[in-house]
Design a protein around this ligand. Structure first.
Ligand code: ATP
Ligand code: AH0
Length: 398
């Protein structure tokens, strides 16, 4: 037997594993690195975050990724070059943080790498009946494995597509395994570039559990912060807080069939971008809004579309506890607008459940790799788009 297969087999049989989960999301702010200790699998998964950090991307790498990010027309050589480059970059970032943490690579069992989404095209978006759902992440796992010397699982989303899903959101698995609690209706709300939530019913029934994107989280706010403030984001929503919501622009922004489409569904910055906002401004004759008013309206747009989706799963007689995660939880204007629209919900962050809300998505990929190694038996019912859990491709270091 190839020694590396034997090593993988041994890791799969361990009572607990040390797995590094990686996430670089649509915000392009940097690489989230979560070193997790994971026991068990499926609903018995127990995760402890031993270390977590975000290694920021410098302006150069952000600019390189933006040349191909969420664009229909790109330079193919650039895409080809970035695929190994990002893999190596992520590998180098892991080595550097392991040094900081004084942990040897040999003490880590697995790296679980999301890579960088560069294009997401579910059928509902590309609308070409000839083609399936499609999504593309780059930063090839072989380069992560070779750079770190650690067996790497990567490219998790393709199996989801292969089994009928849209390739996202994958949060459903991690959220159910880590956070489902009999007796409490839970909503796990993640606000990254794109917002999504997982519904975890109080009866713990896996066949009812799902995650869906709701639309923009921070992606539009960040795009206009770069334009108006020359900053990556509107810190603490200060600019938005100084403006007034334009009801006519808000109404135009909401006229997209995505918002009333059935769950689960996905989207991305391919749809929700500055061009989308400019079209809505033309339609509502609000081209001359002040920077602050535009920002205030975009925050309300994110808040309204998030709460509109959450309200669709809520029964009037029941109570719901919302646990927030992702960078949007740090924006008081956004969270304030959401709380106002959901007065009957209790709000917390996933920190109160033992998982740092900034680390949650990186932890998800560690959990997914753990499941591919040692689980894979949980049924989510016979539903399109929620396949059995065994995702990711294996890369050996040599
Ligand atoms: N103090 C703050 N004030 C306002 N916004 C903030 C603050 N801190 C973080 N954010 C927002 O959070 C974003 C980063 O969020 P996060 O890292 O969760 O996104 P992501 O993982 O890249 O996206 P996705 O989940 O869509 O892939 C920033 O770009 C910014 O918009
Ligand atoms: C295609 C893609 O990368 N989608 C991301 C993105 O970021 C948030 C939202 O859009 C979600 O659908 C997904 O990521 C999370 C981790 C998920 O799959 O659950």
């Amino acid at each position: 037997m190839n020694k590396q297969i034997q090593h993988l087999y041994d890791i799969a049989q361990k009572a607990e594993r040390r797995i590094i989960g990686l996430m670089s999301g649509t915000s392009l702010d940097g690489l989230d690195i979560a070193l997790c200790r994971i026991e068990g699998s499926g609903p018995a998964t127990n995760v402890t975050i031993e270390q977590f950090t975000t290694v920021p991307y410098n302006d150069d790498i952000k600019a390189e990724i933006r040349t191909i990010f969420a664009k229909r027309e790109i330079d193919f050589e650039q895409l080809c070059l970035l695929n190994p480059y990002i893999g190596r970059l992520h590998g180098t970032m892991i080595r550097s943080v392991l040094d900081d943490w004084k942990i040897e690579a040999s003490e880590v069992d697995i790296v679980a790498s999301h890579g960088q989404t560069v294009y997401h095209a579910p059928k509902t978006q590309h609308r070409n009946p000839k083609f399936p759902n499609a999504t593309l992440q780059i930063g090839d796992g072989d380069h992560v494995a070779a750079t770190t010397g650690i067996i790497t699982f990567s490219d998790f989303r393709q199996k989801h597509v292969a089994l009928g899903g849209e390739g996202a959101p994958l949060a459903v698995y991690g959220d159910y395994f880590m956070f489902s609690k009999i007796g409490e209706n839970r909503i796990l709300l993640n606000m990254g570039g794109i917002a999504n939530f997982t519904y975890l019913p109080a009866d713990g029934d896996a066949s009812k559990v799902f995650t869906t994107d709701t639309g923009p989280g921070n992606t539009l706010l960040d795009a206009y912060a770069r334009r108006f403030l020359n900053k990556p984001y509107d810190e603490d929503g200060k600019l938005a807080a100084s403006g007034q919501v334009s009801e006519s622009l808000l109404a135009a922004l909401k006229t997209n069939p995505f918002f009333d489409a059935p769950f689960p569904k996905t989207t991305g910055p391919e749809v929700f971008n500055t061009l989308y906002v400019e079209k809505a401004q033309t339609q509502s004759q609000t081209e001359n809004l002040s920077d602050a008013d535009l920002m205030a309206t975009l925050v309300q747009f994110s808040a309204d579309t998030i709460t509109h989706s959450i309200e669709r799963v809520m029964q009037r007689s029941d109570t719901y506890h919302v646990y927030m995660s992702g960078g949007g939880m740090h924006n008081p204007v956004l969270t304030g607008a959401i709380r106002k629209r959901l007065p009957n919900c209790t709000f917390d962050t996933t920190n109160s459940l033992g998982i740092n809300g900034d680390a949650k998505e990186a932890v998800l990929f560690a959990v997914l790799a753990n499941e591919s190694l040692a689980g894979g038996n949980t049924s989510f019912g016979d539903r399109q788009g929620v396949p059995t859990v065994s995702m990711g491709k294996v890369s050996f270091p040599q």
